[in-house]
Design a protein around this ligand. Structure first.
Ligand SMILES: [Mg+2]
Length: 390
């Protein structure tokens, strides 16, 4: 079997109300899908993370930089193809958009291997479990969304059976080094640190004592702000503190991780094996969070997971895009022994809920079952693609 083409599908969904995390303003959900075509007729599906800029830029990396490397190649040689893509482009960078682009192609190659061998991808990768526990990823900032609105929102997740919920913190202009100051719509839906503490306490009260509550600062804080904040919300019993400081501040993150009893999780904004090696080796994280569509695909994330396993750390991948990203990440999670939870975004997004003929759904007990079909085990819905295609 040989690769005959690599193509992309650009999708875009406008949010009814823009949302924001600590530093990112999100008026829309852009999505970049990748398809790898073969002479046998099999088509692999992947997704390249599109965070931080125009879909067309990452698309250009896929079509102009990587596509030629793959034409005529055997999709089963995915390790060699990964090395070719990364090595030939190394002067263009070793992370960021290049790694997003490689991720999308890598997932599609693994989808082809699964289809060709008639095996669900997670079983091909080792098949550690058939279902995963999901956590509700939500609690974002939005215009006129107060503490009571947040509490009502997160309460619904607990009542639907989620055993774990995560909310955003960190959209605090008073934190002088907060990257928010340089970001788009930096005045949108901001709160003080004290209001953030109220949001966390209200979320804890809303979910009750038996549901896990995590918080995510999206790189907004300094180590001292993070420690002070956690002291202030100690009684809220936080499951993990995600990306408390800048991704580049490994020493700062390690300080926070060492000082707090609460685990530090991260960093979705890191990419590639060497970046995660450093996070793990310096104990900058207690929970490791690669993302299959961003970190370097299935191929690279398996290695990150193995490094984490050797260090005795769990992996809870970052999952926050279309249904393809859910599919790719859930197969990784189900395949590795040290995986924890599946991040399940609860914000409105038809590109997550309506993209497949076989949508992923959360059972009343908070779990999601793996598909028993070959490869990723999903079929794109043409009507959804047509409606949101750019
Ligand atoms: Mg995060």
């Amino acid at each position: 079997m040989r690769i005959t083409d690599v193509t992309t599908i650009k999708l875009h969904y406008d949010m009814p109300v823009p949302m924001a995390d600590a530093i990112h303003y999100m008026p829309a959900r852009p999505t970049l899908l990748v398809q790898v075509h073969t002479d046998g007729g099999l088509v692999g599906l992947g997704e390249a993370a599109a965070y931080g800029g125009a879909l067309a830029s990452t698309e250009a990396v896929i079509l102009n930089e990587l596509r030629d490397t793959l034409l005529g190649e055997d999709p089963f040689t995915v390790e060699r193809l990964w090395a070719k893509m990364a090595t030939r482009s190394h002067q263009r960078g070793r992370s960021g958009m290049l790694m997003m682009a490689i991720s999308g192609i890598d997932i599609a190659l693994w989808d082809i291997i699964g289809q060709a061998t008639k095996t669900p991808l997670y079983r091909l990768l080792g098949g550690y479990r058939d279902e995963v526990t999901a956590y509700a990823s939500a609690g974002f900032y939005a215009r006129d969304k107060g503490v009571a609105d947040l509490a009502e929102e997160v309460g619904t997740y607990a009542s639907r059976g989620f055993k774990h919920v995560k909310i955003k913190v960190g959209r605090n202009p008073e934190v002088l080094l907060n990257p928010l100051h340089a970001m788009q719509a930096h005045d949108y839906a901001t709160v003080s640190l004290e209001e953030d503490a109220e949001r966390v306490r209200a979320a804890r009260a809303a979910v009750g004592p038996r549901v896990g509550l995590a918080i995510d600062a999206n790189n907004a804080w300094t180590p001292s702000i993070a420690l002070e904040f956690m002291q202030g919300v100690g009684e809220a019993r936080i499951s993990w503190l995600e990306e408390p400081v800048s991704t580049d501040d490994l020493d700062g993150s390690a300080d926070v991780a060492r000082t707090l009893a609460t685990p530090v999780a991260g960093y979705e904004t890191e990419t590639g094996l060497p970046g995660f090696r450093d996070l793990i080796a310096r104990r900058a994280v207690d929970i490791v969070q690669p993302d299959v569509i961003w970190t370097g695909g299935i191929t690279e994330c398996r290695k990150v997971a193995a490094l984490a396993q050797a260090a005795g750390l769990p992996v809870i991948p970052h999952v926050f895009s279309s249904a393809v990203s859910t599919a790719a990440n859930i197969h990784l999670i189900a395949s590795i022994p040290n995986a924890g939870l599946l991040e399940f975004d609860q914000n409105p997004n038809p590109l997550r809920d309506e993209l497949f003929e076989e949508p992923f759904t959360v059972s009343p007990d908070g779990t999601v079952s793996l598909p028993d079909r070959p490869g990723l085990g999903v079929t794109l819905r043409q009507d959804t693609v047509d409606r949101y295609r750019v």
